[in-house]
Design a protein around this ligand. Structure first.
Ligand code: NAD
Ligand code: MG
Length: 391
């Protein structure tokens, strides 16, 4: 029996994780469920999965949750505040941590799980973008196992040799596939007027709002290039991005002998989640089966740098000082939120990101306090750019 903590349990990845777990009730026990403020969703999850702890960042919501749980006769104990997240991630009784909080807000608890030597199922790609070196070091020192949940990175891991020593030597390059998002065919001139609702209507995946907007700008793929760089120790020059609208080939590895090894499947996050839970073995995920005859064709094309300039920022940031990726991530979080709040146009997101990276991308930061300080400075710089563009 493995004990699992799910950080961000009420989100898209968190809910899919619980669905997979419910197929394997005898093998996993839920130790803690954590979310920001979604009290009703967490209440329902607690009644169904009976975790030892439920964590809410929001104090008011937490009080209400504790009361409702007690009324229903539940023994789940409610913990309050951001400080409780790393505690339930690092608890000695926990074996597996699903890190599925969105944004840099998830760094603290993902790092705690890494340091404590847990099996870390990492959906929160922003942690690796903000603090890639530090995070990978924490994993090595903690001695746990890192399993990427991002479908592309899970696909790469499934396509790489089992022996890590061979990754650098045998592999020529890795290719991340990208659906192209909802605006793949949208003309450049029309992008400016795109609304949050249009940006969040992804053709293949149903996801949280932040990553949906990231897919529409292709900043999601930019973050994933940085994620792949740290996860697999690949230089940026050996990471490619290819548009693949059907989202069936989840990514691929090209070897020096000309072989390309890829992982395929229907677009369903329960597959990479199940792989992370069962690795190195396999178990049912609840996903449907791939029927290539029904799909008929798989298309590929180069990304369009003119309409989606965000992708280039990843390669630029990887070329700058250690800290530039944290700057890019912070700017993007601020810009996406401003767009979702109706305070910034769709095309403004890239402007804010590019300007913030240009202003602060030369900053060196390696250790956590410096990275957090840089993250805060980049956020205020980006917020000022948002105001300037609005005014
Ligand atoms: P979501 O918005 O649906 O859910 C986010 C979860 O995090 C919620 O449970 C929310 O309560 C919690 N949360 C948000 N801010 C928090 C905070 N400050 N403290 C504590 N909890 C907080 O997001 P999602 O789509 O599930 O994505 C989660 C992560 O997984 C992101 O990093 C995303 O890039 C990554 N990811 C998602 C998908 C997908 O298909 N949804 C695919 C690949 C990677
Ligand atoms: Mg992905």
């Amino acid at each position: 029996m493995k004990r699992i903590t799910i950080l961000g349990s009420t989100g898209s990845i968190g809910r899919s994780t619980l669905e997979v777990l419910s197929l394997h009730a005898g093998d996993f026990e839920v130790f803690a469920l954590a979310a920001r403020s979604s009290r009703q969703a967490l209440l329902e999850q607690c009644l169904r999965f009976a975790p030892r702890y439920a964590v809410l960042e929001d104090a008011g919501a937490a009080q209400g949750l504790q009361r409702e749980l007690a009324q229903q006769g539940s023994r789940t104990q409610v913990l309050v505040g951001a400080e409780a997240m790393p505690r339930v991630a690092a608890d000695p009784e926990v074996d597996v941590v699903m890190a599925a909080i969105v944004g840099a807000a998830g760094l603290d608890s993902a790092l705690a799980a890494a340091r404590a030597g847990k099996r870390v199922l990492l959906a929160n790609k922003e942690s690796l973008v903000v603090a890639g070196e530090l995070f990978m070091r924490a994993m090595r020192e903690g001695g746990g196992e890192l399993l990427p949940i991002d479908s592309e990175h899970s696909a790469i891991l499934q396509s790489l040799p089992e022996q890590r020593e061979r990754w650098a030597e045998d592999v020529r390059e890795i290719t991340l596939t990208a659906s192209g998002g909802p605006f793949r065919r949208t003309e450049a001139a029309a992008l400016e007027a795109m609304t949050p609702e249009q940006a969040c209507a992804h053709p293949n995946w149903s996801m949280g709002r932040k990553i949906s907007v990231d897919s529409a700008t292709m900043m999601n793929k930019a973050l994933e290039v940085i994620e792949a760089h740290y996860l697999f120790g690949m230089p940026a020059s050996r990471i490619r991005v290819l548009i693949h609208p059907q989202s069936i080939v989840h990514s691929m590895v090209t070897y020096h002998d000309g072989s390309v090894v890829a992982q395929l499947g229907v677009p369903d996050m329960r597959t990479p989640i199940a792989y992370g839970l069962s690795w190195p073995r396999r178990m049912a995920s609840g996903s449907s089966w791939l029927d290539l005859a029904r799909i008929g064709r798989l298309d590929f094309e180069e990304p369009d740098a003119a309409r989606f300039p965000g992708l280039g920022l990843a390669f630029a940031a990887l070329d700058m000082a250690a800290g530039a990726c944290a700057v890019l991530n912070a700017a993007n979080e601020v810009a996406v939120q401003a767009f979702l709040d109706g305070k910034l146009r769709f095309t403004g997101i890239h402007r804010v990101n590019a300007a913030t990276l240009e202003a602060l991308g030369g900053s060196k930061a390696r250790e956590l306090p410096d990275l957090l300080d840089l993250d805060a400075r980049a956020r205020s710089h980006a917020a000022a750019r948002v105001r300037a563009l609005a005014g």
